[in-house]
Ligand binder design. Structure first.
Ligand code: G3H
Ligand code: 13P
Ligand code: ZN
Length: 329
């Protein structure tokens, strides 16, 4: 069942964060649903210890343009049929104004992100307000971003600018946006920290306090939150990869962030690392093979396992039935 992120955030706020996973192909979609639900399409091994978690599927502009966007939409619709127990939101990640309107008009997305964070404050407000008006008219919810993460975001290379708490409060008041991505020390990609840096919990705490004075329990979003596990990086490097000094967010920081109002945590890079390690290892170990389904069969359960682990760290594991109960009320 496709729901809005707003419905998921209401239940999660202050307790746990919902995993927002970027997807680009069929194998990722199957692994994601299996990890969350456990039930599976016929002729596949069931994933017994599934996370039983609500989740968010994110589609970036890059993912929409990888093939034809309708392929992804079709696969997600079909996954919704194959896994009827699933409760999830379909979210546009880092949209421009035009792409947001395309998603809003498509009738498929339940949530869009308008990313005008590189614009000056007033222009960001103006753009977000326009998107919010058009989305809300169709009961679609909107995420915006204030501040700048480091790293590469779609085609933009950003420099860090932490979110200003007072501006965040003014921003949500002026735009009527439903959730806000904040810059508190994370960055996109596999090379987040060069030393011992981490999240700026002091800034997050101030943001939470400031926005809650305008709107109580206002949901915050953390982008660039992959943990870039050393184990997966080592597997990639041992199988011919060259990822030196990769590092990510400490997973033990997810729950403390959730307690400070972060209800959505974005993970893309980690999924790519799992894909890369599995495929590199497969072809290293089986140089004679060329059937694409063979590494795919290794990847899907490995990705499902990874999603289970991630949801445990986010605290969303085991929350599915509670969410279902609340949605029925
Ligand atoms: O924030 C960016 C996401 O990781 C999406 O990446 O544009 O390469 O799909 P992508
Ligand atoms: P990572 O690169 O840390 O996975 O972040 C993904 C993200 O923020 C997508 O919007
Ligand atoms: Zn992002």
């Amino acid at each position: 069942m496709i729901v809005t992120t707003k419905e998921l955030f209401k239940e999660a706020y202050g307790k746990y964060a919902i995993g927002a996973y970027n997807i680009n192909n069929l194998e990722q979609i199957v692994g994601l649903f299996r990890g969350n639900l456990g039930k599976t399409a016929k002729n596949e091994d069931p994933c017994d210890n599934a996370a039983s978690a609500p989740f968010i599927i994110q589609i970036s502009r890059g993912a929409r343009g990888y093939t034809d966007k309708r392929f992804l939409e079709g696969m997600i619709r079909n996954a919704d049929e194959v896994f009827p127990e699933a409760i999830f939101a379909v979210h546009l990640d880092h949209g421009t104004e035009d792409v947001c309107y395309d998603c809003i008009d498509s009738g498929f997305y339940s949530s869009v992100m308008i990313d005008a964070s590189l614009e000056p404050f007033e222009k960001n407000v103006e753009i977000v307000k326009r998107v919010v008006d058009r989305a809300h008219a169709k009961d679609i919810v909107v995420e915006a971003e204030l501040g700048q993460l480091g790293g590469v975001e779609e085609d933009v290379v950003g420099s860090v600018k932490l979110t200003d708490p007072a501006q965040a409060a003014e921003f949500i008041d002026k735009t009527n946006v439903d959730s806000l991505a904040v810059a508190i020390g994370t960055s996109h990609g596999a090379f987040k920290f060069s030393g011992k840096q981490g999240l700026h919990f002091d800034v997050l705490e101030k943001i939470q306090k400031a926005v809650n004075e305008v709107k109580p329990n206002f949901p915050l979003v953390m982008h660039g939150s992959s943990s870039v596990p050393a184990e997966w990086v080592a597997r990639i490097n041992n199988a011919g990869g060259a990822m030196k000094n990769a590092s990510g967010v400490d997973e033990k920081q997810y729950l403390p962030a959730a307690k400070l109002g972060v209800t959505k945590i974005n993970i893309d890079t980690d999924g790519r690392l799992v894909w890369c390690a599995i495929h590199r290892e497969f072809f290293r170990d089986h140089p004679e093979k060329f059937d694409l389904r063979e590494p795919g069969k290794v990847f899907m359960p490995a990705y499902a396992e990874y999603i289970i682990h991630k949801n445990q760290m986010l605290g969303s594991a085991g929350q599915l039935e509670e969410v279902r109960k609340v949605l029925k009320k």
